[in-house]
Design a protein. Structure first.
Ligand code: URA
Length: 215
C-alpha cells in the first residue's frame, strides 16, 4: 500500500533520532480474508519492499498454505514499518579488524508509538474483519498487556476493540470499530524453538476452521 506523503512525513518527525531504516509498505488486498500483523521489517523486507520476505516469511507461507491461502489472499503488515537496528562493533576475523554492524532488533515502545499513525491508517484503509496478531509485539500494540502469547496463543477474541493512537497522539485509546482477533506466535518463533512447530500448526488450523464455519 502506498502511504500518503503527509503521513510519512508525520511518522518521520515522530521517529527523529530513532535507529530506524527505510519504509517497507504493507501489502495485499483491501477487505482481505485476514489481515496479518507482525512486529517490524528486517533487512530483507527493506531491500525488497515485500513484507515477510525473509526466513520468517517462509514460515508464514507454510502456515498460510495449511489454510490453502497464498500471500496474495491476505493483507500483510507489521506495527512498525521501518527496520529497527542496533549498532555493534565486532571483530572481523577475515579482515583482522573491528567493523561496525547494524543488526535487526525488536522495536521499542516509543518506536511503535511513533509509527502508530501508519498502522492505524492501514487498518482504516484495509478494513479487515479478522486480524491475526502474530507475536507479543503485535498482541500488545493491538490489545495492551492483558494477553501473553505464551499462554494465549491460538485464542480468538470476537467483537474486540483494538488500541489506536489517541487524540493527543501521545498514547492509545480503544477503537469504536470491533474486530475478530486471533493470537498467534510470530512466524520466527519456530526458528528459535523447533518444538513449537506442531503447536503453531494447530493454532493456524483453528483460523482455518473458523473461516470455514463463518462461510
Ligand atoms: N518480521 C516481522 O514482524 N515483519 C516483517 O515484515 C518481517 C519479519
Amino acid at each position: 500500500m502506498k502511504y500518503p506523503e503527509k503521513l510519512l512525513e508525520k511518522v518521520r518527525q515522530r521517529s527523529q533520532g530513532m535507529q530506524l531504516e527505510g519504509i517497507n509498505e504493507g501489502a495485499g488486498p483491501v477487505n482481505p480474508v485476514l489481515m496479518l500483523v507482525g512486529e517490524a521489517p528486517g533487512r530483507n523486507e527493506i531491500k525488497t519492499n515485500i513484507p515477510f520476505n525473509g526466513n520468517s516469511g517462509k514460515e508464514l507461507m507454510k502456515s498460510l498454505a495449511l489454510l490453502k491461502l497464498k500471500r496474495e489472499d491476505v493483507y500483510i503488515t507489521s506495527v512498525v514499518r521501518s527496520r529497527p537496528y542496533s549498532k555493534k562493533k565486532v571483530f572481523d576475523k577475515k579482515l583482522n579488524t573491528k567493523i561496525v554492524k547494524y543488526p535487526n532488533r525488536k522495536p521499542t515502545k516509543k518506536e511503535i508509538l511513533a509509527h502508530a499513525p501508519l498502522f492505524d491508517y492501514e487498518v482504516e484503509q484495509v478494513k479487515p474483519k479478522i486480524i491475526v496478531a502474530m507475536g507479543s509485539t503485535a498482541v500488545e500494540r493491538l490489545l495492551g498487556s492483558e494477553y501473553k502469547i505464551s499462554t494465549d496463543h491460538g485464542k480468538v477474541l470476537e467483537n474486540q476493540a483494538i488500541l489506536q493512537l489517541n487524540q493527543k497522539e501521545d498514547g492509545y485509546e480503544w477503537s469504536k470499530d470491533k474486530y475478530t482477533i486471533f493470537l498467534e506466535y510470530h512466524p520466527a518463533a519456530v526458528l528459535y524453538r523447533r518444538k513449537l512447530q506442531e503447536t503453531i500448526e494447530q493454532d493456524w488450523l483453528k483460523i482455518g476452521h473458523y473461516l470455514k464455519d463463518s462461510k
